[in-house]
Design a protein around this ligand. Sequence first.
Ligand code: UT7
Length: 338
Amino acid sequence: MSLTLKPRAQVRAKISSVGTYVPPRLLTNADLEKMVDTNDQWIVERTGIRERHLVEPGVATSDLAVEAAKCCLAKRGVDASEVEVIIVATVTPDMLFPATACLVQNKLGAKGAWGFDLSAACSGFPYALQVGAKLIESGMHKKVLVIGADVMSSIIDYTDRATCVIFGDGAGAVLLEPCAADEIGLIDYWHEVDGSGGVALNMPAGGSLHPATAETVAKKMHYVHQDGQTVYKFAVRKMAEAAETVLVRNGLTGSDLSCFIPHQANKRIILSTAERLGMPQDRVVINIDRFGNTTAGTIPLAMQTALDEKRLKKGDLVLLASVGAGFTVGATLLRWEF
Ligand code: UT7
């Protein structure tokens, strides 16, 4: 018997639903003033952040991811049993293994799904989005759940004013499905890694290089360490460069976009990128004031903000952009299809 291969039709992938979740507990700038030597004015002027949400003890990344996923599936009327793949972008997995995607699969009751985690820090969500899209475009899968979720509070030193004011906890999920004949969905992306930047933003211990010991704990090596200035300079340059690369090779300029949805690390980075792209501020989605930097959660949380504010509708041309630890860089061009 000979193997017969059926030709597959060219399939495009689209985002068909968005769901988000942030834990209810708020940490405001006023709260932080009582914890470290900082003040509301410094935090707002330097970052744009006013408050962030934090989990209660015992709540993990998978818990936030599951709530976001449930919300996403419910909006589309899809049962968890129909999900075929779950990709969780995170740098704060519940544990090193099993993958958080496996924990989500179980808690969600997605009995038919396989999945895995993807580690690309603040670019995790756009990277996972492209991997998920390729699984749809291959013709192998029709429902892929892409989740960006982080409990940053689990790796933050709340005595370090340089990092503790920035981060928050949160999650967002999107469902990827094949486009209908008249739809375009995900169009193009540009991703880049510059591993020489690894020293500027990392959590040094807990992996194979520095397994947990009393010494690594005493030296605070299980917390986020950031050289803020170095990351800032790289982010301002590369977020705009990546965005421009995608726009130029598709014959577009910033003014052709309906909506710019950037990673929310610092309001100043976002505004400088938007200015370089020639994007009017009213087309730039900013919600960092309410959530801080939730790492892999920021872009889907910002998508939801755009939907809530009725700034995103079917047919809109949308650009996502991110820079994160690694360094990782990403820009994604897509047409919104719901
Ligand atoms: O999403 C992952 C990627 N991460 C990023 O994109 C973060 C990029 N970096 C940044 O957003 C900014 O560098 C920060 C918001 C982290 C810091 O802002 P900055 O304007 O770069 O401040 P700086 O680190 O240069 O510090 C300026 C001063 C310093 O004091 P001296 O040395 O001038 O006396 C800091 O000690 O501000 C001080 N400082 C603070 N003061 C009050 C640092 N943190 C605080 C604070 N409150 N929370």
